[in-house]
Design a binder for this molecule. Structure first.
Ligand code: ADP
Ligand code: MG
Length: 291
């Protein structure tokens, strides 16, 4: 396809659905004809699991610890529909910077000329975004990724992590850093959850790329070790992931977000909390009576 590789990073708080969403995007892009690589940059090293039948692959950090003269096949593994899978890995808990895996993996892949050799169209980094420390910020800071997307639910901690990410992007935006494509709203099944995210993106001058509902189809697929694209390609959830993947593939204009400072974020969250409580309380009243 294109001669220029499109590099995308997906950030978000732990457990928010980054790997699930990223793997479904990779699968959808691959099915649409793109040559895709997914690089797991979470020390958990489970990013590419559902692209590989539920099986783990050796990580770059572990392989480099055990072996000299590493070749491409030692760290790059083929998954669903020929998607190239890499796991950066991480140090043992409590030892060293958790972001070191990313730095090491990116350097190794460059040395091995992997991107050119495999004629990739799209590379997607799946990055843990709670801590925007040195290593985790690397795809943004070095402009390795061109566009950053963040997965967030309407949960305050997830939005807090997204806001932190926006701070990181803003900081490096004048020095060739990656810019923000938008927010992937995950596990959004109610109007009020949608309203909270809509309000957050309006306040931080960004946009929602897609609303992805929480779905049993995702759970069932994961239990089979598969993405929803593979296990239930004709489901409504798969259609949503395909739509999201198409938007990401066609996306060209990323921007600098406007993160809220910590105090402003707290004030904003407090007003939302009151709204959520009111909506919940009204929903719990018999006969729609108001409190
Ligand atoms: P992360 O990579 O951000 O740590 P995961 O992608 O591993 O998070 O997701 C955490 C859990 O949430 C997984 O069990 C996953 O199946 C589930 N999950 C994520 N998104 C959805 C969704 N839209 N519907 C149902 N389950 C989901
Ligand atoms: Mg993950």
């Amino acid at each position: 396809m294109s001669t220029r590789i499109k590099q995308i990073a997906i950030y978000g708080k732990g457990g928010i659905g980054k790997s699930t969403t990223t793997s479904n995007i990779s699968a959808a892009l691959s099915v649409a004809g793109y040559n895709v690589m997914q690089i797991g940059c979470d020390p958990k090293s489970d990013s590419t699991n559902t692209l590989r039948g539920g099986h783990y692959i050796p990580t770059v950090l572990d392989t480099m610890r055990d072996k000299h003269d590493i070749v491409l096949d030692d760290v790059v593994f083929k998954g669903f529909n020929g998607i190239y899978c890499v796991e950066a890995g991480g140090p043992a808990p409590g030892v060293g910077c958790a972001g070191r895996g990313i730095i090491t993996a990116v350097e190794l892949l460059k040395q091995l000329h992997v991107f050119e050799e495999l004629k990739l169209d799209i590379v997607i980094y799946d990055v843990l975004g709670d801590v925007v420390c040195g290593g985790f910020a690397m795809p943004i800071r070095e402009g390795i990724a061109e566009h950053v997307f963040t997965v967030s639910s309407a949960d305050f901690m997830a939005l807090y992590a997204a806001n932190n990410l926006f701070k990181g992007i803003q900081k490096y935006s004048n020095a060739g850093g990656a810019l923000l494509g938008g927010v992937i709203a995950n596990s959004v099944n109610t109007t009020y959850a949608r309203n909270i995210i809509d309000d957050f993106v309006a306040h931080t001058k960004t946009q929602v790329v897609e609303y992805v509902p929480r779905s049993m189809t995702v759970t069932q697929s994961e239990l089979q070790g598969k993405t929803t694209l593979e296990a239930a390609p004709d489901s409504a959830q798969a259609a949503i992931y395909k739509n999201l993947a198409r938007k990401i593939a066609e996306h060209t204009q990323s921007t600098v977000p406007a993160p809220l400072d910590t105090q402003a974020l707290r004030v904003w969250a407090a007003t939302r909390a009151e709204q959520i409580l009111r909506i919940e309380a009204e929903a719990l009243q018999p006969n729609g009576a108001h409190i």
